[in-house]
Ligand binder design. Structure first.
Ligand SMILES: *[C@@H]1O[C@H](CO)[C@@H](O)[C@H](O)[C@H]1NC(C)=O
Ligand SMILES: *[C@@H]1O[C@H](CO)[C@@H](O)[C@H](O)[C@H]1NC(C)=O
Length: 255
């Protein structure tokens, strides 16, 4: 029959309690968790006004969604306890800073990192150390300068990821990379201007030295000329003695 006996209801309650208890111990407090054969354990913490990255995410989680929260920074080792993490979504936050080692520990497992739609301005290669995954870096107010250009060769991320760095500002301003994907503007060299400035500085310093040496030489010659002339006058004023007049003639040839 289809009737529900009190005994059935009781076991149902026990089952529910067990389920909730189980969920509470194996999932982060503030997030929603699910598990499936194909995608493994997934933790969803989207749109919860979180300001700190939860530290109670189960260590066998494969996907974490932390999008649409209020994170401003990702501290070092924030995900170090999640060795099986495949996908990490940090998009649509207020992240302006990634500390060095922010994604440490994810190097071998992570395949997709989404930090699009944040407030990232400067690219810090130390934050991505060891990470070879694909990354969505779009929709951030990137500042393109010589530092960024020098950082590019030290990034292990999947290379096409870097096309997501679209310059919103640049140094120098007039170079015209604004609105361009930095990697797709290969003839723009943002370090040239800096090199030029150092060249000019070198030139100025060398010119300074040169001027000093020349001034000293001129002074030295002048001073000695005076001395020699005075010496000569003195000799001339002496009553003429044979040896002395010879000396005076040699001095006048020297001067
Ligand atoms: C995951 O955590 C459990 C218990 O919290 C522990 O027994 C297990 O060793 C951890 N696994 C890894 C890979 O750290
Ligand atoms: C990257 O993120 C943006 C905005 O968050 C999204 O529109 C875009 O489809 C993403 N790109 C990829 C390749 O996933």
């Amino acid at each position: 029959g289809g009737t529900v006996t009190p005994k059935d209801f009781c076991s149902f309650l026990v089952l529910m309690t067990f389920c909730f208890h189980h969920a509470a111990t194996s999932c982060s407090k503030s997030c929603y968790c699910s598990e499936s054969e194909s995608s493994g354990k997934t933790v969803r913490c989207s749109n919860l006004q979180l300001t700190k990255i939860p530290q109670d995410i189960p260590n066998d989680t494969r996907r974490v969604y932390l999008d649409f929260n209020l994170f401003t920074t990702v501290p070092a080792n924030a995900f170090a306890g999640l060795p099986y993490l495949v996908e990490l979504d940090l998009s649509h936050n207020e992240i302006s800073q990634l500390e060095p080692g922010a994604f440490r520990g994810l190097g071998t497992s992570l395949q997709l990192l989404d930090i699009s739609s944040n407030k990232l301005v400067n690219f810090n290669p130390e934050a991505f150390e060891g990470l070879r995954s694909r990354a969505n870096l779009t929709n951030n107010p990137w500042h393109c300068d010589c530092n960024l250009q020098m950082a590019m060769p030290h990034v292990d991320l999947e290379p096409t990821s870097l096309t997501g760095i679209v310059c919103q500002t640049s140094d120098p301003k007039e170079i015209g990379v604004q609105g361009l994907a930095f990697l797709l503007a290969p003839d723009i060299d943002l370090c040239v201007v800096m090199k030029r400035t150092t060249d000019v500085a070198m030139l100025v310093v060398m010119f300074g030295w040169f001027t000093m040496v020349i001034s000293y030489l001129v002074y030295y010659v002048r001073a000695n000329q005076e001395d020699a002339r005075r010496h000569l006058e003195y000799l001339k004023s002496l009553p003429s003695i044979q040896g002395k007049s010879e000396e005076s003639s040699t001095i006048s040839t020297v001067v």
